[in-house]
Design a protein around this ligand. Structure first.
Ligand code: ZN
Length: 244
């Protein structure tokens, strides 16, 4: 999907550059996406960068209290995630990522590879070059991207309601300024605070199904006005007022 004129121009340039290749390889099914274009159908047992790109985009469909590895190896967990993604969008749920699955992913991503309903700009109001956190700038930005895809899945599950981000990536300076926790996931890029609709508890509860291992919400100190989601190494959920 395209939001800005600049993106449209960039997409047209990329389309023009790759149309010949696409038509030659898959007549009638050519697609040139501004972010990433898959060139083969993917199924269990395969591996490669194209699998990893798929895993990033279905990382919000790991099942309850789980997450999938972004390792480029298409195993049973990736297959299950693809099936859940296909079910979420009414596609034939066979666990094989072919043209229909890829077309749905193309429709869901902007040319900078973020999912259509989230952006780097809203995720980072701290430090536009993503530096100064607990990891490198590129890692922080990548972690943010993966969290956005998880949120896109959660958004869909909640009925495609808007989700409002009050804080995403923070440098140490930004984290100190807002009184963030010392080891906050915001320093790593994957932490995000949500406010507003549908409800803080609804979001905390639903996040358990979309690959978030760090969930803090109402009842947890300092979290009565937002729900925090992130991706810590081990599971840490606490939102006592929500039954979590
Ligand atoms: Zn937070």
């Amino acid at each position: 999907m395209i939001r800005r004129i600049g993106k449209i121009l960039a997409a047209l340039a990329l389309t023009a550059a790759s149309t010949v290749i696409g038509v030659t390889a898959t007549a009638g099914a050519a697609h040139a996406d501004g972010c990433y274009t898959w060139g083969r159908t993917l199924s269990e047992g395969m591996s490669g960068e194209d699998v990893r790109q798929l895993q990033i985009r279905v990382s919000g469909y790991p099942g309850y209290a789980s997450r999938i590895a972004l390792d480029g190896a298409f195993g049973p967990a990736t297959r299950s995630a693809v099936i859940r993604f296909q079910q979420a969008y009414g596609l034939a749920a066979d666990g094989v990522a072919g043209p229909n699955t890829f077309n749905q992913l193309y429709a869901l991503q902007d040319d900078d590879c973020t999912p259509v309903n989230f952006s780097y700009a809203e995720w980072n109001r701290c430090n536009s070059d993503w530096s100064g956190g607990a990891v490198s700038a590129s890692t922080a930005k990548f972690n943010a991207l993966v969290s956005m895809w998880k949120l896109q899945a959660m958004r869909r599950a909640l009925g495609s309601v808007p989700l409002y981000i009050s804080s995403g990536f923070r440098s140490y300076a930004c984290n100190s300024a807002v009184g963030g926790a010392a080891g906050s996931r915001h320093l790593y890029g994957d932490g995000v605070d949500l406010t507003g609709s549908p409800t803080l508890c609804r979001m905390a509860q639903q996040a358990r199904y979309h690959g978030f291992t760090n969930i803090l919400g109402p009842g947890y100190p300092g979290h009565n006005d937002h729900t925090h989601l992130g991706n810590s190494a081990s599971q840490s959920w606490s939102a006592p007022n929500c039954g979590i």
